[in-house]
Design a protein around this ligand. Structure first.
Ligand code: UDP
Length: 343
């Protein structure tokens, strides 16, 4: 297939692009490099293995650039990763998040409408659930969506945009299908060592902990120790990035005209912040300082997936569920790339 990957120079988008190229698909990447890395695109080029890669440095709101890529490369599928994705930052600067994640996506869908895109796979988020009620943990897809952060709300808007657009396509007899993939916490890196996670500033737990273990940050702050969880720290579901992109490929291939699907992507098990720190100590065998700090606004205490629907409907399930394996994968990247992708 010929696939447009928005945000293909970023963490998850680059892993998806690499996988599609290796499977022999044609991939066009659009990325404005506000959070992505030119070096990730270069790594994709080097590892393309015969798959065809095109790249445009442009914003998803730049309709001429996006429509140009789509028509030049015969694109029929869009995987939309380009978005800002930090809960804390979204609380600090909500308008930035709405502009990029919502307004940007409207422009992208306009480009899809103008060019007749037939399948759309959307990076949504478990943060669209907010804090699920106790009886819906692990959380299935029919849990009410009630975000408690601006980030989560922008992703829910994205799902609604797709739902309404798909309804119009159906009514007009145009073939369009979409899936909203609600990621839990994505971690780890390409086993081949070409691609990994490089955010600035880094706020996600596993990278922060590994940077501390590698002496690149002074300490790790546990953001809240008084949550109603077994050890007082937040519980999350950590899925390996390669498993996550594997699900994208499976869903892309399963979509049929007029489908409107939603799937949780997680391992179905939750780990606390303290468990992550303990596992990182074991994997890295390096000491680092940990301090207890105040809660971060917008953090739900417990979130982990019930991933049964995607297994039932598509036959996909996560292959890595062991925390040490996920952390070891991320550690290999951070250890071997002390400055990430470099300057
Ligand atoms: N967290 C933490 N210290 C940090 C970063 C994160 O204690 O330096 C906690 C955070 O409060 C949350 C969990 O780790 O409970 C996962 O946070 P992350 O930002 O990795 O992902 P999120 O769940 O917000 O998408």
């Amino acid at each position: 297939m010929n696939v447009l990957i928005t945000g293909g120079a970023g963490y998850i988008g680059s892993h998806a692009a690499q996988r599609l190229l290796r499977d022999g698909h044609t991939v066009a990447v659009v990325d404005n490099l506000s959070r992505g890395h030119r070096a990730a695109v270069a790594a994709l080029q080097d590892g393309a293995n015969g798959g065809r890669l095109a790249y445009a440095e442009a914003d998803i709101a730049d309709r001429a650039a996006v429509e140009g890529l789509i028509t030049a490369h015969g694109i029929t599928v869009v995987m939309h990763f380009a978005a800002f994705a930090s809960v804390g930052e979204s609380a600090q600067d909500p308008l930035l998040y709405y502009r990029n994640n919502v307004s940007g996506m409207i422009a992208l869908l306009e480009a899809c409408a103008a060019t007749g895109i037939e399948r759309f796979v959307f990076s949504s988020s478990c943060s669209t659930y907010g804090q699920p009620p106790e009886h819906l943990i692990p959380t299935p897809e029919d849990c009410p969506q009630a975000p408690i952060s601006p980030y989560g709300m922008t992703k829910l808007h994205g799902e609604h945009l797709l739902g309404h657009y798909a309804e119009r396509c159906r009514a007009a007899g145009r073939p369009f299908a979409f899936a909203a993939l609600r990621y839990f916490n994505v971690a780890g890196a390409d086993r081949g060592g070409r691609l990994g996670e490089d955010h600035d500033p880094e706020t996600h737990l596993i990278p922060v902990v590994l940077q501390a273990a590698l002496g690149r940050r002074e300490r790790v702050a546990i953001l809240g120790t008084d949550y109603p969880t077994p050890d007082g720290t937040c519980v999350r579901d950590y899925i390996h990035v390669e498993d996550l992109v594997d699900a994208h490929v499976a869903v892309m291939q399963a979509l049929r005209p007029s489908d409107a699907r939603a799937y949780n992507l997680g391992i179905g098990k939750g780990y606390s912040v303290r468990e992550i720190i303990d596992a990182a100590r074991a994997v890295t065998a390096r000491p680092f300082e940990v301090v207890e700090a105040a809660r971060r606004p917008g953090d739900p205490p417990r979130l982990y997936a019930d991933p049964a629907r995607i297994e039932r409907e598509i036959g996909w399930r996560a292959s890595v569920t062991d925390l040490h394996t996920i952390i070891a994968s991320a550690y290999a990247w951070f250890r071997d790339h002390p400055t990430g992708y470099g300057a």
